[in-house]
Design a protein around this ligand. Structure first.
Ligand code: HEC
Length: 258
């Protein structure tokens, strides 16, 4: 802010101050009224709609899918997409902290006299970007499927047309796969993480069953080898993946197969 701007600001300030009302009691009364209204709305809503208390926590349950409250979905999504363990704290604690510090320091580095959003391009861009990025991450976090199941229904092509033995292996593979940790690195349908491994939703269009089995025995790092898996399980997983084609995906069994 140069001297001319500062003088103009001080002049405007003096005019406004002369015209305005004192903080006490006007602003206090106004804020107090608003606080009462907000508390009133919360009380009315909890009386009319009721609050819900979730089921009691069960430490012995192994099927629980931990999910944060919706307003933490953006941090949850950051945790999901930032893979290397070494930089996870940087992403989940570091980035929000740096943003908060930048926000606290705003009055010290943004000293322009302008107040209109269109004349403060940097502050406005940063604000809009923050809202967009947080909104996007919240959306992605809310959409994330559980890593403990495959929601994508079995295919009618397989279930109705293949021989019973193949169908049994296929369904067993679909059941077993999430417990093997594959979804920590791969996505199948809506479930699993977006990486580091490629999406397996249509893997059979790219890789025949023999190729899938070969990958499981002799993978490229960081994928671990599943060489020592029980043969029956191994076969089931390979059979399941070997039938994951786009065509099969678009032809699910009635009722989602559950
Ligand atoms: C630690 C992460 C990780 C885990 C766990 C993991 N994978 Fe992978 N997987 C990868 C990566 C990374 C690649 C890509 C390797 C490459 O392109 O050479 C890959 C490649 C593959 C491929 C070949 C994909 C293609 O398009 O060629 C298949 C099939 C596969 N994984 C299946 C599985 C199955 C089934 C499991 C569980 C039994 C599993 N993966 C577990 C990381 C993982």
């Amino acid at each position: 802010m140069n001297r001319r701007e500062k003088e103009q600001y001080l002049r405007e300030y003096a005019v406004l101050k002369a015209k305005g009302k004192p903080f006490f009691p006007y602003v206090i009364a106004k804020d107090g009224a608003m606080v009462m209204i907000v508390i009133g709305i919360i009380l009315t809503m909890s009386y009319l709609l009721g609050g819900t208390i979730a089921a009691k926590a069960d430490p012995t349950s192994t099927t629980v899918v931990p999910r944060p409250e919706w307003y933490y979905y953006f941090v949850f999504e950051l945790l999901r997409v930032v893979k290397p363990a070494a930089i996870t704290p940087l992403a989940t604690v570091g980035i929000p902290t740096v943003c908060l510090i930048l926000l606290l320091l705003l009055p010290f580095y943004d000293r322009g006299p302008e107040r209109h959003p269109l004349r403060r391009p940097i502050a406005t861009t940063a604000g809009v970007l923050t809202i967009l990025v947080t909104g996007y991450l919240t959306w992605m976090g809310a959409e994330a499927g559980a890593p403990t199941e495959i929601a994508m229904p079995p295919s009618a092509n397989v279930v109705n047309k293949e021989d019973p033995e193949t169908v049994e292996l296929y369904l067993k593979g679909r059941e077993e796969l999430p417990s093997l940790g594959c979804l920590a690195c791969h996505q199948i349908g809506e479930n699993g993480n977006h990486g580091p491994g490629p999406k397996l939703t249509d893997i059979a269009d790219r890789l025949p069953e023999a190729g899938i089995a070969q990958t499981l025995r002799n993978p490229t790092a960081p994928m671990p080898s599943y060489q020592s898996l029980e043969p029956e399980k191994f076969k089931a997983v390979v059979t399941y993946l070997g039938h994951l084609t786009k065509e099969n995906e678009e032809n699910p069994v009635e009722g989602g197969g559950e």
